[in-house]
Design a protein around this ligand. Structure first.
Ligand code: G3P
Length: 253
């Protein structure tokens, strides 16, 4: 039997509250906590003035319905951008949070946070450094409620230089021996993979190397249970309401 010593919650609400709230918002964190998630995942990018904020896309079109590039707007300007109205009028006035405010909310709500470093193309190192710098106090205190991750090895490496004790995971669209080697080189605790095309053999290969596997984005209980039977340690879901059964089931060895 393969053991990874993994102690993270099995269900992570994707982009804060999954599909039940505007993504990457404080409202999403509140909803995830109410639904019983022990952990959330969110994306962190840099504003024009180098401040880490929660957003997935490099532009505002999809979430705010207006033009604008994150890397060209200050943190103050981004903090006034409404990303709630476009999702649902009930969330009007919900804005792009500062990373520090999201961390405070997670602490208050008892949520572990998978912080995905999401650099604007060309700002991989700077984004990793800024995210890591923001977490230095938690690293020094031995906090284990934050898991860093990124598709960018460069960004992750830059963050790790700031916070060498925080656990981290490399993200990849699919399993490859090269992705696993890169994750090991960065001393990652996990290789986080897409559900698309994932096989049980992939999961076993990663676990045999001593790393955990977390899978995105899983939205049915049936599929989540199948991945857990394969040895997956956690799933990111847009529908944490549907997957709540995982929290009370014990499928992991
Ligand atoms: O971190 C897991 C998942 O969120 C990665 O995909 O596109 O949402 O960043 P994406």
């Amino acid at each position: 039997m393969i053991k990874t010593g993994w102690a993270w919650p099995v269900l992570l609400a994707h982009r804060c509250g999954g599909a039940l709230a505007p993504e990457n918002t404080l409202a999403g964190l509140e909803i995830a906590a109410r639904l019983g998630c022990g952990a959330v995942e969110f994306d962190v990018m840099l504003s024009a003035d180098g401040q880490p904020v929660l957003i997935h896309d490099e532009t505002l079109e999809r979430t705010a319905g207006r033009s604008g590039r994150v890397a060209e707007l200050s943190a103050a300007e981004l903090s006034g951008v409404d990303v709630g109205q476009r999702f649902h009028p009930a969330f009007a006035g919900e804005t792009i949070p500062a990373f520090a405010d999201a961390l405070d909310a997670c602490r208050r709500l008892g949520l572990a946070a998978n912080v995905e470093i999401k650099p604007t193309v060309g700002l991989e190192r700077q984004t990793g450094e800024a995210v890591g710098y923001s977490l230095r106090a938690m690293d020094a205190a031995g906090d284990r409620q934050v898991l860093l991750s990124s598709f960018s090895a460069e960004a992750l490496e830059a963050a790790v230089a700031e916070v060498p004790r925080l656990p981290r995971a490399l993200l990849a669209a699919c399993y490859t021996p090269a992705a696993l080697a890169c994750a090991r080189q960065l001393s990652c605790v996990a290789l986080n993979l897409s559900r698309d095309g994932l096989t049980e053999e992939d999961v076993v290969a990663v676990r045999e190397a001593g790393l955990a596997v977390m899978v995105y984005t899983v939205n049915t209980l049936e599929e989540a249970r199948r991945f857990l039977r394969w040895g997956v340690a956690g799933v990111f879901s847009d529908r944490p309401d549907r997957l709540f059964g995982l929290v009370t089931e014990s499928c992991i060895t």
